[in-house]
Design a protein around this ligand. Sequence first.
Ligand code: C2E
Ligand code: MG
Ligand code: MG
Ligand code: MG
Length: 289
Amino acid sequence: RLGAPPSDGICFFKPASNTQALRELQLDAALRQALSRGELSLAYQPQVCLGSGAVIGTEALLRWHSPELGVVSPVEFIPVAERTGLIATIGLWVMHEVCAQSVRWREAGLPPLRIGINISPVQFQLGDVAASLDQALQATGALPASIGVEITESALVQDSERVAATLRTLQQRGIEISLDDFGTGYSSLSLLRSLPIDVLKVDRAFVSDVTAAPESASVTRSIIHLAHGLQIRVLAEGVETEDQLNMLVASGCDQMQGYWFSRPLAADAMAELLRAGRQLPVHLTRRRD
Ligand code: C2E
Ligand code: MG
Ligand code: MG
Ligand code: MG
């Protein structure tokens, strides 16, 4: 790597982008084999109710351990899979695996909880998300009430009417709909009114600001207030400190997820946490404003 291109905008070599293009080719080739070789897995991060302190859900997060490339973050390989279309196949695997895991936990006698599945905008373009989820539910015997989907606003850029119709279908079946990464990008509040959204997930970037900047705290309170007016619950993502937690509880936030409570866990460790009944300490869930 020879560094960034000169700032005058003239650039004869693009070493950085060539390196990136090579890396993408390499990732694409390796990712094509990752599924059949069993290199993909899911990690589960608990979601906690701020009213009761109980774990009420968990988000499924893809993990890839490639023998050749080592551990590759989804932040890097999901965009590649989206560009090549491979996300369609990977997405089906995730749906199936989440449903199967839900049944395994139910059969193991663990307390019921909802597992959230991240759905890429590209999956809405390439396939029928509702039909795919139906198929995964049927094949495994999982219950719609044990499943949620997380979408981002970018899913609505193309053919938003069709996506909205799909979301309504899912919601009618009892699958919970979350709007992910709210507060980044062009989050528009009018979307909340026009879409069947059950939960608003406030992005980590926003949460990390709440204790630093007083304006952020008041924006957060306004968002929560507005969401509640529309019967939408609010989950704060990426909560890392007790100060953030206190601030969110005082603002009336409904749920949280973040390293402060737990990092994403392997399925077995997640089951262990559920079995042990781990909760948020009660003194932290009470509103003190
Ligand atoms: P996301 O859906 O917004 O997931 C939350 C990300 O924040 C996860 O990163 C999680 O590990 C991380 N996180 C949670 N709590 C904390 C915290 O307290 N501090 C910090 N610093 N980070 C926290 P991860 O697992 O690397 O996933 C990144 C993104 O990759 C996800 O963002 C999602 O957009 C995508 N992704 C992951 N799994 C899937 C999948 O199965 N399908 C699709 N389409 N996308 C996925
Ligand atoms: Mg998510
Ligand atoms: Mg998110
Ligand atoms: Mg995010």
